[in-house]
Design a binder for this molecule. Sequence first.
Ligand code: NDP
Ligand code: GDP
Length: 326
Amino acid sequence: MPSALITGITGQDGAYLSQFLLDKGYAVHGLLRRSASADVIGERLRWIGVLDRVVLHDGDLMDLSSIIRIVDAVQPDEVYNLAAQSFVHASWQQPILTGNVTGMGAVNMLEAVRIVAPKARFYQASSSEMFGKIQQEKQNERTPFYPRSPYAAAKLYAHWMTVNYRESFGMHASSGILFNHESPLRGIEFVTRKITDGVARIKLGLADELVLGNLEAMRDWGHARDYVRAMWLMLQQETPDDYVIATGRTVAIREFCAIAFGHAGLDWQKHVKTSERFMRPAEVDILLGDAGKAQRVLGWAPGVTLEEMAAEMVEADLARHRAARG
Ligand code: NDP
Ligand code: GDP
């Protein structure tokens, strides 16, 4: 039975990847950082129905000794480094923590693998945010990077260190440059989930308005379930490499509002307000990915449309609020 170790297993992608790998017959292990709010740990894994099928190990990406011990004990065939301070907006408030966890954390993981499980295949969760102020209309693996936030700069460091460990030590280390991907398990502070949660609250009479920031920004949004499949495909290749994963369609925040509110039969313009509070010191205006290489080499293509995903997210948030109301 192949085994995988996932850092960030309690996050959105960690939950979908766990489910995907369990279905493939893997033994799935995850890194779990201690929290005083133990009751909410594993909420996503529970939601997706795999909490009791994964093995969780106490550790933290910032604590190299804990990671070394876990990698040594598990001796995984595949390591997926998904852990990060992943929220761009928060990275201006906590640039040093973001640098440590999102940047240096990846190096801790690479070191742990190099020291105690050098044959393990390694996946690094890189991000389209690295393209930032875009240098090419459609971004692919050869597009120059221009990070626009402490988060993006930290991801860029982690990305290049992954490339460097591949080239320096011959490690099977791949970097997936994933464009935004969402689901009902997306963190509530990210704009899609904030919108679908707002739609549900407004629909159920729990709120009347939703306050957002820049409605003109455009993103290439896919579904997390499709994107974790791409991660796995990268590690099944004989040769490690870097791949852009995207849908090739970009949509403005205001259009996403129209789709999500429309699904619930609501007019978004009656409810959405904007505030400076949610604007960023530097914005990434538009992202649009070219996943041609992933399609050619991995045989990967997205399966879920934006409309289907928005509908699924709105329905899940309606169900959550109805359940909470009793
Ligand atoms: P989430 O924010 O949902 O999950 C982040 C995970 O990292 C959580 O499990 C969190 O644990 C964990 N974590 C944070 N700090 C530490 C630490 N110090 N030690 C151990 N674990 C830690 O992210 P997603 O699932 O959405 O994304 C997965 C990865 O992919 C991230 O690296 C993200 O930056 C990257 N990415 C995501 C994209 C997206 O659109 N979703 C796009 C491109 C890249 P806890 O639950 O305890 O907070
Ligand atoms: P990101 O692409 O990783 O930063 O993902 P987000 O979902 O956090 O943000 C996507 C885009 O939505 C960015 O350009 C934000 O400026 C924009 N946006 C507009 N209003 C909001 C808001 O209220 N919250 C968030 N998180 N983003 C917003």
